[in-house]
Design a protein around this ligand. Structure first.
Ligand code: IDP
Ligand code: MG
Length: 203
């Protein structure tokens, strides 16, 4: 039994070293809890909550933000927070793409004017990666209505009306995945290693 336990923990240790969290989780969940036993299991639980530094979200600078030359300042906020840019492009959005992006808002009275606004000029759309990036981005972007957005947020600093609120940020993990697939081809997203990775998060 002790030999079996040692084998199990050696395999798990190797998986942690290779930083393959998914494999490790399935490896751990595949064994009966009783086999993992006391203190060691407690240690494993804390290691298995390694931060998901691969979380991704979609951020877009809307046409008013591009016209007002705010693209650089908005990118800078995400860079200085420590997030990693993995996709970036400028495009004139089609109504078809927008209707999919804003499918939940089709019945809203402001929907026609939202389409006009979003197609009034180019947008700059990005994918940012990092720990808790979806929720943190929403905080950084601020309230949908800039009149209620806090100073220090993008909308709170650069806009004052809900019809011209400068920037889009995905509102959930599922929403982010859906929007990233809608706006980007897989080949347009880059996996690259940051030289400062260990300075932004304990991996
Ligand atoms: P969010 O952008 O903060 O996620 P949503 O409720 O998803 O907010 O709305 C999408 C976008 O629709 C907003 O960012 C804004 O551009 C626009 N919008 C929302 N509510 C109104 C409104 O009451 N009047 C005009 N435009 C609105
Ligand atoms: Mg939204």
């Amino acid at each position: 039994m002790i030999v079996l336990q040692r084998c199990i923990f050696m395999r798990i240790g190797q998986q942690f070293c290779s930083r393959n969290q998914e494999t490790t989780k399935s490896l751990v969940s595949g064994f009966p809890t009783a086999l993992l036993g006391g203190h060691r299991a407690a240690g494993l639980r804390s290691r298995s909550t390694l931060p998901n530094v691969r979380e991704r979200t979609l951020i877009a600078v809307k046409p008013d933000g591009v016209q007002r030359r705010l693209v650089g300042q908005i990118i800078q906020r995400f860079e200085q927070r420590g997030f990693k840019l993995v996709g970036l492009k400028m495009l004139q959005v089609s109504e078809d793409l927008l209707s999919q992006h804003y499918c939940e808002l089709r019945t809203k009275p402001f929907y026609p004017s939202l389409l006009l606004y979003m197609t009034s000029g180019p947008v700059v759309v990005m994918v940012w990666e990092g720990y808790n990036v979806v929720q943190t981005s929403r905080t950084m972007v601020g309230h949908t209505n800039p009149a209620e957005a806090q100073a220090g947020t993008v909308r709170g600093d650069f806009s004052f009306h809900v019809s011209r609120n400068v920037v889009h940020a995905s509102d959930s993990l599922e929403g982010a995945q859906r929007e990233i697939q809608l706006w980007f081809q897989g080949s347009e997203l880059l996996n690259w290693d940051c030289c400062d990775q260990t300075s932004t998060c304990e991996l």
